[in-house]
Design a protein around this ligand. Structure first.
Ligand code: ADP
Ligand code: MG
Length: 379
């Protein structure tokens, strides 16, 4: 007699790799993610720091200079090799073969972001990445949104909504990378719910990093320890807060073009103590985020932080002080550690591209409509 078996549960993993290299120019975040269940499952992660000479060359490429095309192509090749190395490392950590991965979603390294002029440039050689890894690679996620009239950024809010939306709690997710971007998830804004919004709200780590490098000779203010020794200079803070980007209405996006060391140097007085400038920059970064939430996301019940800035304890303390009645916590509490949210988001965006689904949210970027993002380089 034939027996009836229970319906087969699809236990096949749905594996993607996300590679994120953000404005901070610190390196490549790699995450191997299984999307076969409702919540993404991060199987392995790896961080590969940029060599100092690459960081310096990339920083220089942000400014106009001689022989840019050649330089940018050579740096793109070097990046593709690092992206491949990060891919191999994450596969090794998981004991997985490249053949099990459907695609890599690779953000590339932004060197120009000019949506008003109709372009953004994330350098990468995705053809080389596909060749080096044997894995289909999806790249250049932002250009299509800009072609459709959007800012091309931020692109992570759709992923934030997918993972972190809650029908009963109004949450704001703040990613503190080089630039800070936030996602507003009203309590009915979870998957299939109401309006999700998001935008770049101002600087993240990039000004603090630039000042720390210039005055203290290290890449960043670990734990915010140097800023904790300084005092906030109220006059300098108010000059910083007058930056027009902060008061301009969303949708909006920004980059190193708007918040440069030159901009900062023009505001700082020579007599200022370096620690005090860093303390003020840390408060400025917190204010940029907090003011945006207070102005545009009334009723927020919880703020969740991710990105490297979530490790800056002084910044987190300043932010929490600006929200005395609201919980401020890392996204670890929601199941994804602060360092891997963006990499996981680009793995998820690659999945959308491969499946022919849109990845942008027009309410976030200002695009004319939903678009399938990215260019596919088959394995
Ligand atoms: N322990 C730490 N203390 C303070 N800041 C940190 C720490 N770890 C990382 N960061 C900050 O996070 C940045 C990297 O953040 P990340 O999310 O990778 O940004 P991006 O996406 O722009 O690359 C570093 O440049 C540094 O400013
Ligand atoms: Mg980074």
């Amino acid at each position: 007699m034939a027996t009836t078996s229970p319906p087969l549960i699809d236990t096949h993993p749905d594996l993607y790799i996300g590679l994120m290299s953000g404005t901070s120019l610190d390196g490549v975040d790699a995450a191997l993610v299984d999307f076969s269940q409702v919540s993404p499952n991060l199987l392995a992660t790896h961080w590969l720091p940029y060599p100092d000479d690459l960081k310096t060359a990339l920083l220089a490429l942000h400014e106009p200079g001689p022989n840019e095309l050649d330089l940018s192509s050579r740096l793109a090749n070097q990046l593709a090799e690092l992206y491949a190395e990060a891919t191999h490392a994450v596969l090794a950590h998981a004991g997985a073969s490249h053949t099990t991965v459907r695609a890599i979603g690779c953000h590339g390294q932004t060197v120009r972001h000019q949506p008003a002029r109709g372009y953004t440039i994330q350098i990468n050689n995705a053809a080389r990445l596909a060749e080096l890894t044997g894995i289909t690679s999806v790249a250049d996620f932002r250009s299509r949104d800009i072609a459709a009239g959007g800012q091309g950024a931020p692109l992570v809010p759709a992923f934030h909504a997918h993972c972190f939306g809650d029908p009963n709690e109004h949450r704001v997710i703040v990613n503190i990378g080089g630039i800070s971007n936030l996602t507003d998830l009203p309590s009915n804004g979870g998957p299939g719910g109401g309006q999700v919004r998001g935008w770049d709200c101002g600087p993240g780590n990039l000004l603090m990093d630039a000042w720390t490098r210039r005055c203290f000779g290290c890449d960043y203010d670990a734990g915010g320890a140097i800023a904790a020794r300084g005092h906030i200079d109220a006059a300098l803070l108010s000059r910083m807060l007058a930056h027009p980007f902060l008061s301009s209405p969303p949708p909006k996006s920004t980059g190193r073009e708007d918040f440069s060391l030159d901009w900062l140097l023009a505001l700082v007085q020579e007599t200022s103590l370096s620690e005090d400038v860093l303390a003020t920059l840390t408060e400025f970064t917190a204010r940029g985020i907090a003011d945006a939430i207070k102005q545009h996301c009334p009723g927020t019940q919880a703020v969740y932080l991710c990105g490297g800035g979530a490790h800056n304890q002084t910044l987190v303390t300043h932010l929490a002080a600006l929200f005395p009645a609201t919980r401020v916590e890392p996204t670890d509490r929601l199941g994804i550690a602060v360092d891997w949210v963006e990499a996981a988001a680009f793995a998820w965006l690659a999945k959308h591209t491969l499946e022919g689904k849109s990845g942008n949210l027009p309410a976030v970027t200002g695009a004319r409509g939903e678009r399938i993002l990215g260019a596919i380089y088959p394995a």
